[in-house]
Design a protein around this ligand. Sequence first.
Ligand code: ADP
Ligand code: MG
Length: 632
Amino acid sequence: MTNVRDILTKYWGYTSFKPMQEKIINSVINGKDTVALLPTGGGKSLCFQIPAIAMDGICIVVSPLVALMGDQVNALKERGIKALKITGGISFDELNTLLDNALYGNYKFLYLSPERLQQEIVQNYIKQMNVNLIAVDEAHCISQWGNDFRPAYKNITLLREIHPLVPIIALTATATPEVLEDTISELKMELPAIFKNSFVRENLSYQVFKEEDKLYKTEQLLKANKGSAIVYVRSRKNSIEISEQLNSLGISATFYHGGISAKEKAQKLQSWRSGTFSTMVATNAFGMGIDHPNVRYVIHLQIPESLESYFQEAGRAGRDGEYAAAVLLYNAYDKKYVYQQFVESLPTASDLKKIYRVLNNYFQIPYGEGEFTKHNFGFSEFCKTYNLNTMLAYNALNSLDRLGIIQLSQEFGRKSFVQFLISSEEVLTYFEKDVTVSVIGKTILRIYGGIFEMATAINLDIIVSKTGQSIETIIAVLKKMERDQVVEMALQITDATLTFLVPREDDKTINVISREVEALNRKKTAQVNSVLNYIANTKTCRSVQLVSYFGETTASKCGICSVCKAKSSKLSKKEMQQIANQILIQLEGGDLNSREISEKLTFAETDILKILRLLMDAEKIKINPRNQYYLN
Ligand code: ADP
Ligand code: MG
């Protein structure tokens, strides 16, 4: 079957293509390297799925997230299309069987994580396959200038070496012109056809508000919400706390972050999708590939680190095309914090020199040597030896990895997570049965508060040193507790390895790359500044600001964002007078803060705030240290 419209109707039941889909599909079928730059929800999956079905052979899909792959493979299977995925946590035998199936079983799609491509057996099988297309989903992950940089994405070029004549399609929803260019060159694409749809989302109202009481504002928004919502927060702890607070306010919410088990993630996602919980309070781990149509609100309670990630996250609202709002709430402290967290912790060239030198000393690498030597690497031990600030050392090592000076294995920075599943009383009874279990268990409870509430990152080295038990015993005890369903955990027990990629030349080594380091730091700083500028710019339509950041300069005003709305809601003189009178009458009854005033009046809160400012300017009212207004 080669008629792409027939495929669309037969397998998906859709009658027409979304913008650009057909052009993209035809470009791929014509054997061209192709870039599909469509916003979230734009229908990128079909852009590689339909050509792969139309052509003989199998399509290799590289995708960054296991959850994404699972969803897509299931969706294909439901439509009667043969697809399989290879993810982590399988034995060598299972891997062999899966690859055998992919090779001989008439499959149309093989989904892989980029890390898998490193395995020789995977490469050998792929060599023998009749590959018709290489699809790279979330392709911006290959660019170190993007937000989701994933070093393993560089392995994708291996596919190109194995099958040099097979076209590549790169799919992404976020790419500034710069990231796009980098993605194309990193993927070694040959004069690709680039298809870009407008990033304007006509049904999405972008709103930015300065709020001292962000939770109150969130409550107001969500109480009126009939669909689903996502509230983005910065930390795992925040996600749990805010979700609890919302629940106590009568909003059905749950939380989601990178530390919870895959099983629990799937459950939470499912119950949010089905409406059991209206609101998901999440860190940015809740993201890529979330395709839930009736999200009416995406609320950010902290300032995001870049407009790239903001646009992605906000874009999860309103995928059904109905009106939805993306609301960013911030206060003065948030502005400072985002700078501290994302700009001030960037390692400078001289930080890198220092870390690189001690790293070489640590492994006793002689000057001029060390190239391609591989070492087992315990990060906490290393930091302890040289008394290093762990955050800075961590960032510096990652930079050295990015810049090709060293290579860190996947295990680097990955942590073990443990969560207790039974109550603290039950745990203590359980401990009574075995003294080793008790010693290790109690130590963990002492060091890690909160381990009953959430999956908590634990450092096995620390437990070794506190208990005097061997690492093997500790792992055995944890595994026993897992079998007994006392804990749930994800253990990271293989040591990371570190490979030096260039001979040791101390400062000289870093001098060569110092310009790149500075460029990277400048880029990060610029990204944070772009967000701060976006927040500060209350003159230009929010939608126009966002899409022009992504290189789209011809968009017109949306009419529904907080900037456009504020402009259109110009109050008449008479209305202003009316609101002012009402406020003054209320204040005659006693001092009130702005919230209390707006609760008593029926006017829009923004209008009330505007009039309060005018009354202040006119010195008719004043404000006390408790933020209450009073008559002057
Ligand atoms: P993206 O990867 O660009 O975010 P998806 O491929 O996940 O988007 O598609 C988003 C939604 O749009 C999916 O539910 C998909 O089934 C639907 N969709 C894709 N193409 C069409 C079409 N031509 N007509 C109607 N719905 C479509
Ligand atoms: Mg997608």
